[in-house]
Ligand binder design. Structure first.
Ligand code: F6P
Length: 545
């Protein structure tokens, strides 16, 4: 057994779990009229309600004891103080510096001036594009921006530009190309005019195969459509930590926006990786996004653990994953603008905490991370909620919704929120045999048919959800929400004693793909892999024409 699972705090939770598991959530609510007040917290415009989770005051006390036992407070300090807590890469994880307004020290140097320098470069560039001072090779203003990047160099900026569409500047349309499937680039470029299109090549390492392939093809398209080599400078900019590779690609370093190795890819939307966001919504709104995240940073750093939103969200996840064995976690935004939020969180959570080795190099004997997925409500209700209500796997869910909509159309927002409240209530309460019987007896159904139908119409309920309501999806609130989840992931990594800031797991596939790429060009039969891979490659090759 690992030190963690043997530890007093873990063991205490294990003893406590059956006592909670035997009580239906309905009963917990019936027994305590104060349950909502006890198990909900607010921060700024955000309300986090975890009263529909299987917790009591004792559960929270034990979870907080686990957090203390794992030294959470000192890990939070280490995160903010720029310690090299990404130990396998010997790096700090200083995304908080990207939105800070006070000095942030790394190896005795304040990184804030560098951060501000790049923000100013972004501001200058964004203003120039918006005013039409920075324009295309024929003298026309830019109308379209194409961000070419993948993973953290795509998901964050793409999610935010979608989420903040109501703040978009009218004359610039952002596009995102990530997939190396040529269809993504070709379909994106099809309607675009090269003379009014600005490309942002976004890659922390500037070695990512997919991004470089798309960037080269975008350049070829630009040249084939009338642009010249001399025009590349005004149509292609890069965001990267790798100056040399940017130069080798052919982008002038003066057109490069820098960031640093202490910014993890999936934590980078606050850096120059956010350039498409700034271009899409303006620098002032980008600063508001940063300010929102900064507010959450301060809260995370200073609020007591029992009132600390990321701590609570993280601990609820631990309770579900490790003690209730929840198999997956759905993120269900009741806000169409947040339609890419689940995809963004997939990388944030699964790439960060999808680890099986502790910081001490031991294999874990407990689950770390979980499958994260989701779709906006109400669409999900007509697709997969059936399984949430009556299926066998244990799925937990975060429901998110704004109180105010950017689009006041008739009753739409009330309809949307009525569904949010109805679903979380239904998942919690369910419908028991007596309730189903009472309902069916009012209908014209024979007693025999009623009894036959009964088991199908029963909802067990007791399905746990967390609700997050916020006033309006504005830049500051979105910044706060994203930072909430970033810190939640960190809290969980501390409990699990894993490093959330590396991602060695994606390397194996990358290495193999490089080797296979060469083999696909060879004439002879490939025999160097397992029979399945050899067979698949042979089938692919023989069906190329
Ligand atoms: O998927 C692995 C990964 O390294 C992610 O962590 C990262 O966000 C993505 O690839 C893109 O990397 P880069 O920004 O270096 O192109």
């Amino acid at each position: 057994m690992s030190t963690l699972t043997q530890s007093p705090a873990w063991q205490a939770l294990q003893v406590h779990q059956p006592l909670i598991a035997q009580q239906h959530l309905r009963t917990l609510f019936a027994n305590d009229p104060q349950r909502f007040e006890k198990f909900s917290v607010t921060f700024n415009d955000i309300l986090l309600d975890y009263s529909k989770q299987p917790v009591t005051t004792e559960t929270m006390r034990l979870l907080l004891a686990l957090a203390r036992q794992q030294g959470l407070a000192s890990w939070i300090t280490r995160l903010f103080e720029g310690d090299k807590i990404n130990s396998t890469e010997q790096r700090a994880a200083l995304h908080i510096a990207l939105r800070a307004d006070q000095p942030v020290w790394l190896d005795g140097v304040d990184v804030l001036p560098e951060v501000k320098r790049v923000l100013q470069q972004m501001e200058h560039f964004t203003t120039a594009v918006h005013r039409g001072e920075q324009k295309g090779y024929t003298g026309l203003h830019f109308t379209d921006i194409v961000n070419i990047g993948i993973g953290g160099s795509d998901l964050g900026p793409m999610m935010v530009t979608e989420a903040l569409k109501p703040y978009a500047v009218a004359h610039l349309t952002p596009h995102f190309v990530s997939n190396v499937d040529g269809a993504h680039l070709a379909e994106t470029l099809k309607p675009l005019n090269p003379a009014t299109t600005l490309f942002i090549i976004a890659s922390k390492t500037f070695t990512t195969q997919e991004t470089l392939a798309n960037a080269h093809s975008a350049r070829e398209w630009f040249l084939a459509q009338g642009g010249t080599e001399n025009d590349i400078a005004s149509h292609f900019v890069a965001v990267s930590t790798n100056r040399e590779a940017v130069q080798t690609f052919g982008i002038d370093p003066s057109n490069m926006f820098e960031f640093w190795d202490w910014v993890g890819g999936r934590y980078s939307l606050w850096s120059a990786i956010g350039l498409p966001i700034a271009l899409a919504i303006g620098m002032e709104n980008f600063y508001a996004l940063l300010a929102g995240a900064r507010a959450m940073d301060q809260h995370f750093l200073s609020a007591p653990l029992e009132k600390n939103l990321p701590v609570i969200l993280g601990l609820i996840g631990i309770w579900q994953i490790n003690f209730f064995r929840a198999g997956s976690h759905a993120v269900l935004p009741y806000d169409q603008h947040l339609h890419r939020f689940p995809a963004y969180l997939q990388q944030l959570e699964m790439e960060s905490n999808g680890k099986r080795i502790t910081r001490d190099g031991e294999e874990v004997d407990y689950d770390t991370g979980t499958v994260v997925w989701g779709e906006p409500g109400t669409n999900g209700q007509h697709a997969f909620y059936q399984l949430l209500h009556q299926g066998t796997p244990i799925v937990t869910a975060d429901f998110l919704a704004p109180c105010q909509s950017h689009h006041v159309i008739g009753q739409h927002h009330h309809l949307l929120l009525a569904n949010f409240f109805a679903q979380t209530e239904a998942l919690m309460r369910g419908k028991n045999a007596d309730e189903v019987r009472a309902e069916l007896t009012t209908q014209d159904i024979s007693p025999a048919k009623l009894e036959k139908l009964l088991p199908h119409r029963i909802f067990p309920g007791n399905r746990a959800t967390t609700s997050i309501l916020f006033k309006k999806l504005d830049p500051a609130t979105l910044g706060t929400l994203i930072a909430l989840y970033e810190h939640k992931v960190f809290v969980q990594s501390v409990i699990w004693n894993i490093n959330p800031f590396d991602q060695w797991g994606v390397e194996l596939g990358k290495q193999l793909a490089g080797r296979i790429l060469n083999e696909l060009a060879e004439e002879q039969k490939i025999t160097s892999h397992d029979a399945s891979t050899n067979g698949l490659m042979a089938y692919f090759k023989s069906n190329q024409k």
